[in-house]
Ligand binder design. Structure first.
Ligand SMILES: [Ca+2]
Length: 436
C-alpha cells in the first residue's frame, strides 16, 4: 500500500512537472503598435523616404500583412477593439476620448474582459508601456484592466519631453501614480519594456508597447519641451520642419524596436517569442498612406489600412506575405490561441494564427467600420462606402486607390453589402455610444 501511495505521489509530481514545463514553454507575446503610422510610412511597405531597417528585417524574417486594418480611423476606437476582441461600438467607444476636462468621463468599462485579463489568467505576466487612451479616471487605468504594470500616459498624446497632455496637464504614470522621469517618450517606454522583459524572462510574458510615434507633437530627442505649465503651446509642437521630424520619429521608433529585438536575443528568448507590429490608424498629411485615398479619420482606405508585420521564427515562414483581411479586433482571439487558451470565446474578431503559421487564408467575412457619419463594409475584394451622404462601391483588388465607383455597375453586390451593414447596425444599436 505504502509503495502504491509512493507511486501515486511520484506520478502526480511527474504530471505537475510536465505541466509546468509546458506552461513555461508558452511563447512570450509582444504587441508593438505605432500611432498614426500610414500604409506607406516604412520601407518594407514602400517608403523611399523613411528608413526602417529593423521592421524591414522583421518582415523579411516573418510575415507581412498587405490587408491589415485598424478597427478605427482614430486612436481610441482601435484600442478599444484591440483590447476587447470586439467592435469598439460594443464598448461604446466609437470616437476619441478627448483631453478637455468636460470630456474625461469616458473609458473602458469594468464589465468587459480584456486581452491582458485573458492572458494573465492563463499565467502570463502582463505589462503596458506607452499610450493607453482608454480613459483618464483611475478606474480606467491599465492596471485595473489586466496589466500587472504600466508606464506611460493615459491621454491621446503627450509632449515627448515634458510628458504633458493636450491641455498641458502632466500625464506620465507608473501604474496609478504620477511618475516624474526624464527622457524622450519613445526611449522611455522601450526602457521600461526591456526592464519588464528582464524581470519576467523565466515565465511567459505579454508586453503591450503602444508607441506615441509618429503622432504629434512633432519633437525629436534634443528638442526643448513645448508644453510647460501655464504656457500656451501649439498642439503639434513648435518645430517648423514637421515632415522631417515625423520621418526621424519613425526612425527613432524603429531603432527602439531594434533594442527590444536585441534584448530578446540577449535573454535567449528570440526562439520563443511572438512579436506583432501594427499601426492604430492611417497617417495624417505629415506621413504617407502610399497610394491609398484619404487620411486618418476617414473611412477611405488611407484612414484604416495600415502596415502590420508578425515575427516568430519558430512558427512563421520567413519572407511570407498574406492578403487576408485582418482587423485589430482579431488580435485578441489570435493571442489567446498563441498563448494556448483553448476555451471557446465569443468575439467579433477571428483567430488569424493559421494565416501566419500555416500560410492559409482567412475565411471571407463581412467587416465593418463606422465613424462620424461614415460607413464602410468589406467582404473579399468588395467595399461599400458611404461618406457625406454619397455612396460608393469599389473593387479593391483592381482599384486599391478607390477611384472607380461601381455603384451603378454592380447593384447586386451593393445590395448584399448594404444588407450586411443593416444587420450589423441593428446589432450595434444595442450599445450606447459614450464618446464624441
Ligand atoms: Ca492614432
Amino acid at each position: 500500500m505504502k509503495l502504491f501511495s509512493f507511486f501515486l505521489i511520484f506520478l502526480s509530481a511527474l504530471f505537475s512537472f510536465s505541466c509546468s514545463q509546458k506552461a513555461d514553454n508558452r511563447p512570450n507575446i509582444i504587441l508593438i503598435m505605432a500611432d498614426d503610422l500610414g500604409y506607406g510610412d516604412i520601407s518594407c511597405f514602400g517608403s523611399d523616404y523613411i528608413n526602417t531597417p529593423v521592421l524591414d528585417k522583421m518582415a523579411a524574417e516573418g510575415i507581412k500583412f498587405t490587408d491589415y486594418h485598424s478597427n478605427g480611423a482614430v486612436c481610441t476606437p482601435t484600442r478599444a477593439a484591440l483590447i476587447t476582441g470586439n467592435y469598439q461600438q460594443r464598448a461604446g467607444l466609437e470616437g476619441v476620448i478627448y483631453a478637455a476636462l468636460d470630456k474625461r468621463m469616458f473609458g473602458i468599462s469594468d464589465s468587459i474582459k480584456t486581452l491582458p485579463e485573458y492572458l494573465r489568467e492563463a499565467g502570463y505576466s502582463t505589462g503596458a508601456f506607452g499610450k493607453w487612451h482608454l480613459g483618464y479616471k483611475p478606474e480606467y487605468n491599465p492596471t485595473k484592466h489586466g496589466f500587472d504594470e504600466f508606464y506611460g500616459y493615459v491621454s491621446g498624446n503627450v509632449d515627448y519631453i515634458s510628458h504633458r497632455d493636450g491641455i498641458g496637464l502632466f500625464d506620465w504614470w507608473h501604474n496609478t501614480d504620477t511618475c516624474y522621469e526624464k527622457g524622450y517618450v519613445t526611449d522611455l517606454i522601450t526602457n521600461h519594456a526591456i526592464e519588464f522583459m528582464e524581470e519576467n524572462k523565466d515565465k511567459p510574458f505579454f508586453i503591450y508597447l503602444p508607441h506615441e510615434a509618429p503622432h504629434y507633437p512633432y519633437q525629436l530627442r534634443s528638442d526643448k519641451a513645448d508644453r510647460l505649465p501655464g504656457m500656451k503651446f501649439p498642439a503639434q509642437g513648435s518645430r517648423p520642419d514637421k515632415k522631417q521630424a515625423y520621418k526621424e520619429m519613425v526612425e527613432i521608433m524603429d531603432e527602439n524596436i531594434g533594442r527590444v529585438m536585441q534584448k530578446l536575443k540577449e535573454l535567449k528568448l528570440d526562439e520563443n517569442t511572438f512579436v506583432l507590429f501594427c499601426s492604430d490608424n492611417g497617417a495624417t498629411n505629415k506621413g504617407s498612406n502610399g497610394n491609398l485615398n484619404g487620411f486618418k479619420g476617414s473611412l477611405w482606405e488611407g484612414g484604416h489600412r495600415v502596415p502590420a508585420i508578425a515575427w516568430y521564427p519558430e512558427k512563421i515562414k520567413a519572407g511570407t506575405k498574406t492578403n487576408s483581411t485582418i482587423l485589430s479586433m482579431d488580435i485578441l482571439p489570435t493571442f489567446r490561441s498563441v498563448a494556448g487558451i483553448f476555451q471557446k470565446g465569443d468575439f467579433d474578431g477571428k483567430d488569424f494564427s493559421k494565416v501566419m503559421f500555416l500560410q492559409s487564408e482567412m475565411d471571407e467575412r463581412p467587416v465593418f467600420w463606422r465613424y462620424r457619419n461614415q460607413w464602410a463594409v468589406r467582404k473579399g475584394e468588395w467595399k461599400y462606402l458611404k461618406i457625406k451622404g454619397k455612396e460608393y462601391l469599389f473593387n479593391l483588388k483592381d482599384d486599391i486607390e478607390e477611384q472607380q465607383n461601381l455603384m451603378e455597375v454592380e447593384p447586386s453586390k451593393v445590395n448584399e453589402l448594404k444588407n450586411f451593414l443593416k444587420e450589423w447596425e441593428s446589432e450595434m444599436g444595442k450599445y450606447k455610444m459614450k464618446t464624441e
